[in-house]
Ligand binder design. Structure first.
Ligand SMILES: Cc1cc2nc3c(=O)[nH]c(=O)nc-3n(C[C@H](O)[C@H](O)[C@H](O)COP(=O)(O)OP(=O)(O)OC[C@H]3O[C@@H](n4cnc5c(N)ncnc54)[C@H](O)[C@@H]3O)c2cc1C
Length: 648
């Protein structure tokens, strides 16, 4: 029997990496929020790699933090090794990666959720979404979003009302966010053995998919996989290469000042021909090859059996042995994701140097699950056809804790802006990796689990991990998510950067003997014509502290501010060029497309373009230009037609 058990402003279905960010954001912005999860003990569970960050993912963590999200702070408090990757390359691809103590990460996030005002956390299984007809007068107005001017309107016929729990409770709310991850119709596959289940032996959510389909939502079937966990006591680390953390203290959050941490190492080893032979000899028993697996897997996170098939000439694949925490012997074999039968898994593990006697504590497995086609969403992550219903995370076809957290945060913010009747926060591709992520999903869709990579961001020199706060903290402040402490810190840093740049640009140097002697004394090559200290800092071999030794009037700076000043001076030309590219794209972005456009009325559009445009309903010519199958010529045709309509 169903009964109304509670009324909320926002309900978040799922307490994974997306759900916790969404719920914390909504509650911190003042809304009465319910966070539902299948297991209170698995809030912010890391069912796969025990790590946060890395290339592009580290950028997302910083952006979530800059907007007032939780992942960065939680990672700084619970991670057990930090490394800055790609330091040999330009700042655009520098990326922080940290090894997490999974249980500590989970329980710290659980504690934060349980102690957040306005937030209730419940272990409940939601089976149904409750919808109601939108009254006729509510079917029109819906603002388009930050920076989008008079955007078009979407005219859904339904709106959310609440959710039903398997035990009969009904919870009501005008805004609902689904962040159901890898649980919808979850199916576990280990060789020939398959069963319905969620990650780490949890229950799946078998009914909610039907409720979504009944609401007219298109679903996809995806798959992902994870490697075995082995017992550290049975490993021979002498046969592997040590991978220690950085000595220099690192943090994800712009609010963290942690300078010392107990760090644990990872270890590097490799597969070999013996490993590959076992896999080749048993490929007919591989579920991803013999049809047992139907879901589509991640191209950029392939299983070991897929690697053997995809790279037959490669004589070895690197594996990282990553500790899962300080208080466990479980070790994650990164690079060895598999759903091979157990006898095969044990056999190929024992061919690897250092794992000859490894005991498997948890089997590698694949999981298939339902997710939605994200082209059904607006850039605000609200469904185009159901008012007040948002979606975030793996449920949108992505893969990764960081991708999930980024979407969860935006969905949480926009659910509240929706309730406030405000325009949603829509980050552009030139604002943030989060903007690239969401724009790719809602404009291009995805046919496999989408993973963020730096190569996806055309403006990556602007979207560095070091300046995420300068790009996004003001937006977080505008929606009341950035606290006073974070705002003050941001303003101080911003002022320090501006003052330092002004001081550098104001410090004029002349090629006098005394001046050049002072420069040479600190290892800076002499100057031959008058210049500013700012110009000198453009030299890649010149560093701010060095310059300040020669020019003591320059202000003392924190490491963070120094990094900003050095990058802004050294990459000024490239940054300027990229800003010009952004300005050119902005012109297309600002050209709005009316919602009620009928593409059949636009003469000389190619059929494929007409079809794609009608399906995606892009908000601007900029978004239209990114739809696969819509050519630049189609965009020009559309631009001319829109201009003619406007003049009429
Ligand atoms: C086996 C496996 C391997 C993976 N491998 C990788 C990888 O190699 N690389 C990578 O980047 N990512 C990988 N991932 C993905 C990564 O775990 C996810 O991207 C991330 O956890 C997604 O976060 P999320 O918040 O969207 O969903 P999840 O973390 O899956 O959380 C979903 C939440 O929804 C809840 N829930 C679901 N349905 C209901 C319901 N009906 N009622 C109430 N609560 C519900 C669950 O209890 C859970 O709290 C893997 C995941 C799994 C399971």
């Amino acid at each position: 029997m169903q009964f109304v058990a509670g009324q909320y402003d926002v309900i978040v279905i799922g307490a994974g990496h997306a759900g916790v960010e969404a719920a914390l954001a909504a509650a911190r912005m003042g809304e009465k929020t319910l966070l539902a999860t299948l297991s209170m003990d698995n809030i912010a569970l890391m069912p796969c790699n025990p790590s946060v960050g890395g290339p592009a993912k580290g950028h997302l963590v910083r952006e979530v933090d800059a907007l007032g999200g939780e992942m960065g702070v939680n990672a700084d408090r619970t991670c057990i090794q930090f490394r800055m990757l790609n330091t040999g390359k330009g700042p655009a691809v520098h990326a922080l990666r940290a090894q997490a103590d999974k249980k500590l990460y989970q329980f710290t996030m659980k504690e934060t959720c349980e102690n957040t005002e306005n937030l209730d956390v419940k272990q409940i299984l939601i089976t149904d979404l409750l919808l109601e007809d939108l009254p006729a007068d509510a079917r029109k107005t819906q603002a388009g979003g930050e920076g989008s001017g008079d955007a078009p309107v979407f005219a859904p016929k339904k709106r959310v009302k609440g959710v039903v729990v398997e035990t009969g409770e009904v919870y009501l709310a005008p805004a609902i966010i689904m962040a159901t991850g890898t649980y919808l119709k979850g199916r576990i596959i280990i060789g020939e053995h398959t069963y319905s289940g969620g990650p780490n032996g949890q229950r799946p959510a078998m009914k909610f998919s039907e409720s979504l389909a009944k609401a007219g939502i298109r679903l996809m079937r995806f798959k992902t996989g994870t490697p075995a966990r082995v017992d550290a006591r049975t490993l021979d680390y002498d046969k592997m290469q040590l991978q220690p953390g950085d000595e220099e203290a690192r943090n994800f959050s712009f609010m963290s000042d942690i300078t010392t941490r107990e760090q644990v190492p990872c270890y590097l080893t490799y597969t070999n021909e013996a490993t590959h032979k076992i896999l080749r000899d048993n490929m007919d028993r591989a579920p991803m090859a013999n049809g047992i697996i139907e879901g589509v897997g991640p191209r950029y996170c392939p299983s070991i059996e897929t690697k053997i098939l995809r790279f037959p000439d490669k004589d070895r694949h690197q594996l990282f042995l990553e500790p899962e925490g300080l208080h466990t012997n479980e070790v994650y074999v990164q690079g060895m994701s598999t759903s091979m039968p157990m006898d095969v898994q044990i056999a190929f593990l024992h061919t690897i140097p250092g794992l000859e006697h490894a005991h498997v504590m948890r089997a590698g497995y694949a999981i298939e699950y339902d997710c939605i086609d994200p082209t059904q969403l607006k850039p605000s992550l609200e469904f185009k056809d159901i008012r007040g219903f948002f979606s975030a995370g793996q449920a949108n076809g992505t893969s990764g804790y960081e991708e999930a957290a980024a979407q969860g945060l935006i969905a949480g913010i926009n659910a509240v802006e929706f309730l406030r009747g405000e325009a949603p926060v829509i980050l552009r591709r030139s604002d943030a990796y989060i903007g690239v992520l969401i724009d790719d999903l809602v404009t291009k869709g995805t046919h496999e689990p989408y993973r963020m990579m730096t190569s996806r961001a055309e403006y990556r020199l602007l979207l560095r991990q070091d300046n995420a706060d300068m790009r996004l903290t003001p937006i977080g402040r505008r929606v009341d998510l950035v606290t006073d402490a974070r705002w003050d810190r941001f303003l101080q840093k911003k002022a320090a950067i501006e003052d330092a740049l002004a001081a550098l640009q104001g410090a004029t140097l002349t090629p006098s003997t005394a001046q050049n002697a002072a420069l040479e004394e600190v290892g800076i090559a002499p100057i031959h014509s008058a210049c500013t200290a700012y110009d000198l800092l453009k030299r890649t071999e010149v560093h701010y502290e060095q310059l300040r030794t020669a020019l003591p009037d320059l202000p003392a700076l924190t490491q963070e501010v120094e990094t900003q000043v050095e990058i802004q001076s050294r990459y000024e030309g490239y940054i300027k060029k990229q800003m010009e590219q952004v300005a050119r794209m902005e012109r297309l972005e600002s050209k709005r497309i009316p919602e009620n456009i009928n593409y059949a009325d636009v003469p000389s559009l190619r059929d494929e373009a007409r079809e794609k445009l009608a399906a995606i309903r892009p908000a601007s010519l900029g978004q239209a230009s990114r739809i696969s199958g819509v050519s630049p010529a189609d965009v020009s045709v559309l631009a001319v037609w829109l201009e003619q309509q406007r003049r009429r």
